[in-house]
Design a protein around this ligand. Structure first.
Ligand SMILES: [Zn+2]
Ligand SMILES: [Zn+2]
Length: 337
């Protein structure tokens, strides 16, 4: 089968590789769609922090925002899995340690992350293998396109949940990329008012179409201030800005990661009674994301700019938008094309 392999910074190929084998407890999923995300781009350009601390190394088969159909079963797997349409948890804990048994498997020391950590082959390929305990069934109401958005959507659900988004809450989000816009959608679905900050004015019309009350290139003061400020960027100067911009007694939610650690003023956190929440991964939000998408409470599909084949994926990583692409920041890959 064909797979997208990154062999060195800015170097990737579509390679013919051995078809995956379903080991005990695993199935093979035929990939229908896989989204390209900021983490994938960081692996391509070499800036991904895991490449520098030993949690990942080249060559790497990337891709983790997937949906597909179960086509082969490993030993011990129930027959009912055959033919199921699924999405998966990217974070795959050992299942035995206290973090795993206490429901924090996404923080397991020994976890694999699909297409990211400890050499687990990713979904930017025709097929991938995965243990059934990390799969969720996709309801028929959710098509392939939306299925590939469940995982980033779950990250955004977790942002909105950590922000305690609700009617009467004013939330400021830094970042108008996929996670920024999806986080805005989930915060609004929970009843909050959302203001966005972006660097690229070309993305502002889409931010307004999503339903943001305002979108600007820098923080604008508003009556009553912001109850919550969220960082969905790769910019290390934003966490400190978020702490400075939030109302006393408010919350700061951090999901963006830069290759440089950001400094924040701890005294401000104390004197202004600010709660800071970090979000790693979609894991605890996957079912919520499915439920919101299925119920039509969020319209994540409007963020998809284009769907391309595996061969064209390399162009995407080289920064070329496909001809005829829409304004949406998210690009999906259909390996069958
Ligand atoms: Zn991702
Ligand atoms: Zn564990």
């Amino acid at each position: 089968m064909r797979a997208f392999v990154v062999t060195a910074p800015h170097t990737a190929h579509i390679q013919e590789v051995a078809a995956p084998v379903a080991k005990a407890g695993q199935v093979v999923v035929k990939i229908a769609r896989v989204g390209i995300c900021g983490t994938d781009v960081e692996f391509f350009n070499g800036s991904m922090p895991y490449l520098h601390d030993g949690q990942a190394k080249y060559p790497i088969r990337i891709g983790h925002e997937f949906t597909g159909t179960v086509v082969r079963l490993g030993p011990g797997v129930d027959q009912s899995w055959m033919g199921k349409r699924v999405v998966g948890d990217v974070m795959m804990g050992c299942g035995k340690c206290s973090r795993c048994t206490e429901g924090r498997q996404h923080t397991c020391q020994d976890r694999f992350e699909i297409g990211i950590r400890n050499g687990f082959d990713g979904a930017l390929a025709e097929e991938m293998s995965i243990e059934t305990r990390f799969l969720l069934e996709l309801p028929n109401e959710i098509d392939e396109t939306l299925g590939a958005l469940v995982e980033p959507g779950a990250n955004a659900w977790r942002v909105a949940n950590a922000a305690m988004a609700a009617p009467g809450k004013r939330i400021l989000i830094f970042g108008t990329g996929t996670i920024g816009l999806m986080s805005a959608q989930f915060c609004m679905a929970m009843g909050a008012e959302v203001h966005l900050i972006g660097v690229d004015p070309k993305q502002f019309p889409l931010a307004l179409e999503v339903g943001a009350k305002s979108v600007n290139t820098d923080v604008q003061p508003i009556a009553g201030g912001y109850h919550v400020v969220v960082d969905c960027t790769f910019d290390p100067s934003i966490p400190a800005k978020a702490v400075e911009s939030v109302e006393p007694g408010g919350r700061v939610v951090l999901i963006g990661v830069d290759d440089h650690a950001a400094n924040i003023n701890s005294r401000l956190l104390v004197f202004r009674d600010i709660t800071v929440v970090g979000i790693l991964s979609a894991s605890p939000g996957l079912q919520n994301s499915i439920d919101y998408i299925k119920a039509g409470k969020v319209d994540l599909g409007m963020l998809v700019g284009a769907t391309v084949g595996l061969d064209q994926a390399i162009d995407i990583f080289n920064g070329k938008r496909p001809a005829g692409a829409g304004v949406g920041p998210k690009i999906l890959v259909d390996p069958a094309r």
